[in-house]
Design a protein around this ligand. Structure first.
Ligand SMILES: Cc1ncc(C[n+]2csc(CCOP(=O)(O)OP(=O)(O)O)c2C)c(N)n1
Ligand SMILES: [Mg+2]
Length: 343
């Protein structure tokens, strides 16, 4: 996909059938979760803002297939796919979206704050570009503690224009930190096309300015993402420093659920769904290679449907948090505990 030839060995080919099918399963689980979330939002079961990852599943899946549970990731406002691929519990995720006490943030965070430190998922983030320096900090902790944990920072094309991008890549480079910056270039930042807002031809071109490797791959091809991530995460784990991986993809849904999408045509979106859907592309490859059949694929959809339906049932059956708990779990003191500072 990039103009210079990528150096990634074809490691995907050497995976077992189970490992390859697991990647399809992950993509289908993410798609099923997101499809239900869209419907639930439209039916006013979920409030706030929700940004869907539909069409971008190959990136989280291909990258996370190379990570261990104790590796770190930082996510974005479009974070459900990252959380699921890293191993988050979909019932607790759904409960969070429903604002229930059993959710990841006890129902007080919502979609853009899902985090699970027990699996290295350091958090979605409502601040665009907010994950860069958290990932660099996680990578620094791994370097200081001399563990071989790696941090992966997912970020959008729009986020690559933020100042935090510069700070993070520069520091990661000079200290040779074990961090991979994974750009999800989905062609838009809200309503703004990447061709207008990003000064370089490719986000990956910016790596050169920080003295690190930068590559561009087809982010809708999970095998290409897998191979690139395997190579770059492997190098980071060996202490060879950071890299930037740009994954070209397309956001097939609106920026948020309910987006009127006046900035692009229906035809553009339809073409991408018809021709570039990452699940369709990967399914066809597995079928062509004879690694599965239609029944095998249908089973994955059925399992995902059962899992997500159970997550919705769990969320709906869970209580809302007590208003008295609104100020619990804060790092700062609660004015309720110190009424004298309230004025
Ligand atoms: C610091 C900051 N500026 C602006 C916003 C509003 N905002 C939310 S998402 C978004 C676009 C982000 O685009 P991109 O990084 O490409 O991610 P994508 O939505 O395409 O996944 C903007 C501008 C924000 N949340 N935080
Ligand atoms: Mg974008």
């Amino acid at each position: 996909m990039s103009e210079t030839k990528n150096p990634f060995p074809d490691l995907f080919d050497s995976l077992s059938v189970e490992e390859k099918m697991k990647m399809l399963e992950t993509m289908i689980r993410i798609r099923t979760f997101e499809t239900h979330v869209e419907e639930l939002f439209m039916n006013k079961k979920i409030f706030g803002f929700v940004h869907l990852y539909i069409g971008e599943e190959a990136i989280a899946t291909g990258v996370m297939a190379n990570l261990r549970v104790d590796d770190y990731i930082t996510s974005t406002h479009r974070g459900h796919g990252h959380a699921i691929a890293k191993g988050a519990n979909t019932s607790r995720m759904m409960a969070e979206l429903f604002g229930r006490k059993t959710g990841y943030c006890k129902g007080k965070g919502g979609s853009m704050h899902i985090a699970d430190f027990s699996i290295g998922m350091l958090g979605a983030n409502g601040v665009v570009g907010g994950g860069f320096n958290i990932a660099v900090g996680a990578a620094l902790s791994s370097q200081i503690k001399k563990t071989d944990q790696v941090a992966v920072c997912f970020f959008g094309d729009g986020a690559s224009n933020r100042g935090t991008f510069h700070e993070a890549l520069n520091l990661a480079s000079i200290w040779k930190l074990p961090v991979l910056f994974v750009n999800e270039n989905n062609q838009y930042a809200s309503t703004t096309p990447v061709s207008y807002a990003v000064s370089a031809q490719h986000v990956a071109d910016r790596a050169k300015g920080y003295g690190i490797e930068g590559y561009t791959v087809d982010g809708n091809n999970v095998t290409e993402v897998y191979d690139a991530a395997a190579y770059l995460i492997g190098k980071a784990r060996e202490g060879k420093g950071p890299a930037l991986l740009e994954c070209l993809t397309y956001r097939v849904k609106g920026h948020f659920v309910g987006d009127p999408e006046r900035y692009r045509t229906r035809e553009e979106v339809k073409k991408m769904i018809d021709e570039r859907d990452p699940i369709k592309l990967y399914k066809n490859r597995l079928l062509e290679e004879g690694l599965t059949n239609e029944a095998g694929i249908a089973k994955l959809y059925d399992q995902a449907e059962l899992e997500i339906q159970a997550a919705i049932d769990f969320a709906e059956a869970s209580p809302f948090p007590d208003p008295q708990e609104a100020l619990d779990d804060l790092f700062s003191f609660s004015p309720m505990e110190f009424p004298e500072v309230q004025q």
